[in-house]
Structure formats: structure tokens, C-alpha cells
Design a protein around this ligand. Structure first.
Ligand SMILES: Cc1cc2nc3c(=O)[nH]c(=O)nc-3n(C[C@H](O)[C@H](O)[C@H](O)COP(=O)(O)OP(=O)(O)OC[C@H]3O[C@@H](n4cnc5c(N)ncnc54)[C@H](O)[C@@H]3O)c2cc1C
Ligand SMILES: NC(=O)C1=CN([C@@H]2O[C@H](COP(=O)(O)OP(=O)(O)OC[C@H]3O[C@@H](n4cnc5c(N)ncnc54)[C@H](OP(=O)(O)O)[C@@H]3O)[C@@H](O)[C@H]2O)C=CC1
Ligand SMILES: C=C(O[C@H]1[C@H](O)[C@@H](CO)O[C@H](OP(=O)(O)OP(=O)(O)OC[C@H]2O[C@@H](n3ccc(=O)[nH]c3=O)[C@H](O)[C@@H]2O)[C@@H]1NC(C)=O)C(=O)O
Length: 312
């Protein structure tokens, strides 16, 4: 009752937008883990101008969170306070220009981008083939795989800050590191330009198939998961210290908590077998962190973003 009143109050204080607001929107529906509570308010902007109007006029004290495909995010069971912004089709264009420049909206799925770019006989974005997020999430996470990452192919990105001011940000200004972008958390990316190079279509497609097959063999990609749970302590260096080896050595492969499990196939993946709660998944992750710390002295860092409130 109190919560409903609070939401109604919040709604009344939000600016008029064309995209529309949805109250108590179930985020489990959009999350790869298929867990989590509701967004107080979900906002899908009608276009860039709508997003700008929202940000410029949304009261400062109302929290704003942006989500892409929610493939690297664990939404807690108590839901997300304030407004969750989910960019949709109006931010879903791909434009392939001259000189290998590729413009993509922030909501474009990485997989779709890699396929269209390959069909245009351009190379550089093959690694996106196996990453189930969006361009916006790739920019924030510096998503990467198989020896490449977003930082190496980005030319520049466009973003709005919490006051509705638009920024053009060059790749070298993003503060990219392994699975990290140092820009302020309030920035909402709306689009990016990538630099690709001409390539042989058959070779590009073959490489993408190879990536896809390798993932199917080594990662539980068809389950309800968030990808790698923890960052590799050795970073992107293929010879560096691997989270999965530490987890394995600490005896955590296959460990369960309710319907949550540490994958038997790849023990840096957390899985929801169907009825896990976000709390089950997070608790299991913390158990693993503690066991690894006790066993090897290494403190694993979460790669997965955890957002929202604990269940009440
Ligand atoms: C099966 C599986 C395999 C995976 N494999 C890989 C892999 O090989 N390599 C890899 O790097 N990752 C991998 N991931 C993790 C995930 O797909 C990536 O991190 C991806 O980039 C997240 O994108 P998203 O759109 O789902 O972001 P979300 O999970 O929705 O959000 C992640 C972060 O990005 C922010 N964000 C999202 N959109 C925007 C935006 N428009 N503007 C500003 N911030 C934004 C969110 O606020 C949040 O902080 C995998 C995940 C799964 C489920
Ligand atoms: N889609 C998801 O969020 C999740 C998918 N999965 C798994 O992933 C696999 C594939 O999922 P599926 O939904 O069929 O994949 P799709 O590629 O059909 O769609 C993925 C999402 O991307 C959106 N999308 C697609 N193209 C664009 C674009 N150009 N611009 C903006 N948004 C776009 C879709 O939006 P729209 O709704 O407008 O079509 C949809 O929300 C399945 O195995 C599924 O179980 C698991 C968890 C979550
Ligand atoms: C999935 C993610 O990214 C992944 C990315 O897909 C792959 C491929 O480049 O390399 C990193 O995983 P990783 O270091 O565990 O490498 P993987 O390719 O998955 O595995 C390496 C090798 O170890 C083997 N392996 C892995 C886990 C396991 O339990 N057992 C096992 O034998 C695999 O079979 C494979 O032969 C990224 N993870 C991190 C934290 O950096 C993600 O960030 O969400």
C-alpha cells in the first residue's frame, strides 16, 4: 500500500514523455537470469529527444538506472527503486558507412551487429558474435572475448548525462580497462561508431562460427546465466590468473544454493535452473568468493552488476 502510494507520487513528479511509463514493471522478464523484482517505473524513450527531455526534467532525487539486455546484471528480488530506462527499437539502427565506419544505436544487440557487419565484408566485430548484450552494455562493460574488446574497435560514443546534456566521447576518453569503463555512472550511451576494416566474408563468417562453436563447448550459454560471474584476477591476459581455476581449486564446481548452481561445465558461470531467487544466486556467489579467499588468498571481484533492493 505504502509502496503503491510512493510510486503514484513519483509518477506525478516525472516529466511528460512520449515513450510512456510503466509502473511496477517485472524485470525478471527481461533479465538473462530470469530473476529479480520490479522497476518502480520503467521508461522506454520514444527517441533521443524524449530521453533528453526526461533527463533534463526528472527530479534529481529520483534514482535513474539504465539497462541493456540485462545479460550482465543480477536484479535483486526487492526490485529497482526509481526509474529504469530501457532503450528499445528507436535506438536500434545500424548504419554502415564508408571507410569501414559503423554506427550502431545503443540498443542494438551485439550479435546482430556482428552479423550485419560481416555481411558487409567488414572485419573487427567478430568477437561480438557470442556476447548476448547490447551496444550500450558493451560500452559500459568494455565487453570482450577471444582476444578482442570494445575498446579496440570503438571510434567514439554518444551519451547523455543526468541533466540531459549530450556528449560525444572519443574512445581514448572512455577510461577503458579490462571489463571497465571509467566514465561517470550517470551517462547513458545512445549510440557508438566503430571502426572496422575490409575483410573476406567467408573468413569472417568462419571465425564467427568458430567462436560460436567454442562457446557452445565450453560455456553454458543456453542456460539462465549472466556470463562470467567474476573478473579474471589476471585480467584480459590469456596467460593470467583465471577465476574458474581458483573456483575449481576451492572445490566450488557444481555447488548449489536452492535452484542456483555453479556450472559444472564452466565454474565461473552461475546458473538459475528455474526457480532460483536473486538472493540464492548472490548468496552462492558470495560463498564462492569466501571459499576462494580461504583457499588461495585471492579476493574475486564481481563482474556481474548487482542492482536494486534485497527482498522485503
Ligand atoms: C551467456 C553469456 C555469455 C557472455 N559472454 C560474454 C563475453 O564473452 N564477454 C563479455 O564481455 N561479456 C559477456 N557476457 C556478459 C554480457 O553479455 C556483457 O557484459 C554485455 O556487454 C552486457 O550488455 P547488456 O546490454 O546486457 O548490459 P546490462 O547487463 O543490461 O548492463 C550492464 C551494465 O551496462 C550498463 N548499461 C547498459 N546499457 C547502457 C547504456 N545504454 N548506457 C550506459 N550504460 C549502460 C548498465 O547500467 C550496467 O551497469 C556474457 C553474458 C552471458 C549471459
Ligand atoms: N531477449 C532477452 O532479453 C533474453 C533472451 N534470452 C535468450 O536469448 C535467446 C534469444 O532471445 P530472443 O529474445 O529470441 O532474441 P532476439 O534477438 O529476437 O531479441 C533480443 C532482444 O533484442 C531486441 N532487439 C532485437 N533487435 C533490436 C534492434 N535492432 N534494436 C533494438 N532492440 C532490438 C528485441 O527487442 P523486441 O522485444 O523489440 O523484439 C529483444 O528484446 C533465447 O534463447 C532466449 O531464451 C534469455 C534471457 C533474456
Ligand atoms: C563470458 C565472459 O567472458 C569470457 C570470454 O567469453 C572468454 C573467451 O574470450 O574469456 C574469459 O573467460 P575464461 O577466461 O574463463 O575463458 P574461457 O574461454 O571461458 O575458458 C578457457 C578454457 O578453460 C576451460 N575451462 C573453463 C572453465 C571450466 O570450468 N573448465 C574448463 O576446462 C575451457 O574449456 C577453455 O578451454 C572471459 N571471462 C572473463 C571473466 O574475462 C564474460 O565476461 O561474461
Amino acid at each position: 500500500m505504502n509502496l503503491a502510494l510512493k510510486n503514484t507520487d513519483m509518477l506525478a513528479r516525472l516529466p511528460q514523455v512520449r515513450g510512456g511509463y510503466r509502473e511496477q514493471a517485472d524485470l525478471a522478464d527481461v533479465s538473462w537470469f530470469r530473476v529479480g523484482g520490479c522497476a518502480d517505473i520503467l521508461f522506454s524513450p520514444a527517441d533521443e529527444a524524449d530521453l533528453q527531455i526526461f533527463l533534463a526534467n526528472c527530479p534529481e532525487e529520483i534514482p535513474v538506472t539504465v539497462l541493456g539486455a540485462c545479460s550482465n546484471t543480477l536484479v535483486r528480488d526487492g526490485g529497482v527503486p526509481g526509474v529504469v530506462i530501457k532503450l528499445g527499437r528507436p535506438f536500434g539502427d545500424i548504419i554502415i558507412g564508408s571507410d569501414g565506419q559503423v554506427d550502431a544505436g545503443a540498443a542494438v544487440p551485439d550479435l546482430m551487429l556482428s552479423k550485419q557487419v560481416a555481411n558487409a565484408e567488414l572485419s573487427g566485430l567478430e568477437f561480438f558474435r557470442g556476447i548476448p548484450g547490447t551496444v550500450g552494455g558493451a560500452l559500459r562493460m568494455n565487453a570482450g572475448a577471444y582476444g578482442n574488446d570494445t575498446a579496440t574497435v570503438l571510434s567514439h560514443a554518444y551519451a547523455y548525462d543526468r541533466n540531459g546534456k549530450r556528449h560525444e566521447i572519443q574512445a581514448h576518453e572512455m577510461g577503458f580497462d579490462y571489463r571497465h569503463c571509467a566514465l561517470p555512472q550517470d551517462l547513458i550511451f545512445t549510440a557508438a561508431r566503430f571502426q572496422t576494416v575490409p575483410g573476406d566474408k567467408q573468413k569472417i563468417l568462419a571465425q564467427m562460427e568458430e567462436i560460436s562453436a567454442s562457446r557452445e563447448d565450453t560455456q553454458p550459454i543456453k542456460t539462465r546465466t549472466g556470463g562470467s560471474t567474476f573478473k579474471n584476477p589476471g585480467g584480459a591476459d590469456p596467460e593470467g590468473l583465471k577465476a574458474w581455476k581458483l573456483i575449481d581449486a576451492a572445490g566450488c564446481r557444481g555447488l548449489t544454493q536452492g535452484d542456483a548452481q555453479i556450472s559444472e561445465l564452466h565454474c565461473n558461470f552461475l546458473i538459475n535452473h528455474g526457480n532460483a531467487s536473486a538472493a540464492d544466486l548472490e548468496t552462492l556467489g558470495e560463498v564462492v568468493r569466501q571459499r576462494v579467499k580461504d583457499h588461495s588468498g585471492v579476493t574475486l571481484q564481481w563482474e556481474i552488476k548487482r542492482i536494486g533492493r534485497e527482498a522485503m
